[in-house]
Design a protein. Structure first.
Length: 289
C-alpha cells in the first residue's frame, strides 16, 4: 500500500525525513557554536607583579623621627600597565607613602628623601651603564623647586615661575629638544612629553647627552590658583625621565605611561578615560622619534 502524498505529490515520509535532517543540522550547528563559546578565553583585567626594592639610604633619616621602611613585595595593577619584557617595577617606601617606577630588570635602584623639604626621588641605573636608566621626581621639595621643575617645558608653568621668582633664569632648555604639550582636558593641569637627542646634554635631565642614547621625559604640573592667603602663584611639578638604547624604547614608553597613570597628581585628577587618551598621545609622540 502506498503512503499518503503531500500537496506537491512527494511522499509524506520524505517530508518527515527532510525535517529530521534539518533538525539534525540545527543540533550540530548549535553544538559547534557551544564549543566555540566554551573555548573563548578572557584576558585578565589586572595582574599581580613582583616589586623590587629601591631603598633609601639610612643617612637620609638622620635627625628625623622616621625610620627606613620597605615597599610591598608585590603590586596589583591593570594588565595594560604591566612591565614589558626586560623590565620590572621598583618600589620605594617614603615616610607616609610608597612610590613605584618601571625600569630595566636588574637595575641598581635608590630612593632619595630630602627630609628638610620633603623631596622624593627614585633613580634606577640600568645594568648596561650608569648613564642609562630611569629617574623620577614625585616631590621636588618646597614651593620653589616644585614650581621650577616643569617650567622649561610647559609655558603655563613658565609664566607662574616668572611671577614667583621675578625671572625665568631656571627655565631654559636646549633648542634641539623636541617638546609636545599633552592636553589634559582640565584647567590648571598640564603635561608635556620631551625628547632629547643622544648628542644633546639637557642640564635638567640627568643621563641625557651620553652620545648614544636619547632621553625621553614626561613633565606634569598642577598650577595652584591665587586665592585669599596665597598671593603668589605656584605649581606642583612632577617628572620622569628615561635614557635607554633605542632597542629598549618600549621600556621607556611603559615607564612614562605607568608614571602618568599611577604616580602623577595630574593622572589621579583627570581620571582613567583621559589618562588613556594622554597615554596614546605619548606613545604616538615617542614612536615618531
Amino acid at each position: 500500500m502506498r503512503g499518503k502524498t503531500g500537496p506537491c505529490g512527494t511522499p509524506c515520509r520524505a517530508g518527515a525525513t527532510l525535517t529530521v535532517l534539518i533538525l539534525f543540522a540545527l543540533v550540530v550547528a548549535g553544538c559547534a557554536a557551544t564549543t566555540t563559546t566554551a573555548t573563548t578565553t578572557t584576558r585578565p583585567t589586572s595582574v599581580e607583579v613582583r616589586v623590587a626594592s629601591c631603598p633609601i639610604p639610612a643617612s637620609d633619616y638622620t635627625g628625623t623621627p622616621s625610620t627606613p621602611g620597605s615597599s610591598p613585595p608585590t603590586l596589583r595593577l591593570a594588565s595594560s600597565l604591566a612591565p614589558p619584557e626586560g623590565a620590572q617595577i621598583y618600589g620605594t617606601a617614603f615616610p607616609g607613602s610608597v612610590s613605584y617606577l618601571i625600569a630595566p630588570t636588574g637595575a641598581t635602584c635608590q630612593g632619595t628623601w630630602a627630609s628638610a623639604d620633603g623631596g622624593e626621588i627614585m633613580a634606577a641605573a640600568s645594568p648596561s651603564g650608569q648613564t642609562q636608566g630611569v629617574v623620577m621626581w614625585t616631590r621636588a621639595g618646597g614651593a620653589g623647586p616644585e614650581t621650577d621643575l616643569a617650567c622649561p617645558y610647559i609655558p603655563a608653568v613658565l609664566a607662574v615661575d616668572r611671577a614667583f621668582r621675578g625671572n625665568a633664569s631656571l627655565c631654559g632648555h636646549p633648542s634641539e629638544d623636541v617638546v609636545r604639550q599633552i592636553p589634559t582636558g582640565s584647567p590648571n593641569l598640564y603635561a608635556a612629553a620631551v625628547w632629547v637627542p643622544a648628542h644633546v646634554k639637557d642640564p635638567n635631565l640627568a643621563g641625557s647627552g651620553d652620545g648614544t642614547d636619547p632621553t625621553v621625559a614626561l613633565f606634569t604640573a598642577q598650577i595652584v590658583p591665587l586665592v585669599p592667603g596665597n598671593a603668589t602663584p605656584t605649581a606642583l611639578g612632577q617628572m620622569i625621565a628615561c635614557t635607554l638604547p633605542p632597542a629598549q624604547r618600549n621600556v621607556c614608553t611603559a615607564s612614562l605611561e605607568f608614571f602618568l597613570s599611577t604616580q602623577s597628581e595630574v593622572g589621579a585628577s583627570v581620571g582613567s578615560a583621559r589618562v588613556a587618551v594622554m597615554g596614546d598621545s605619548i606613545s604616538e609622540f615617542l614612536a615618531g622619534r
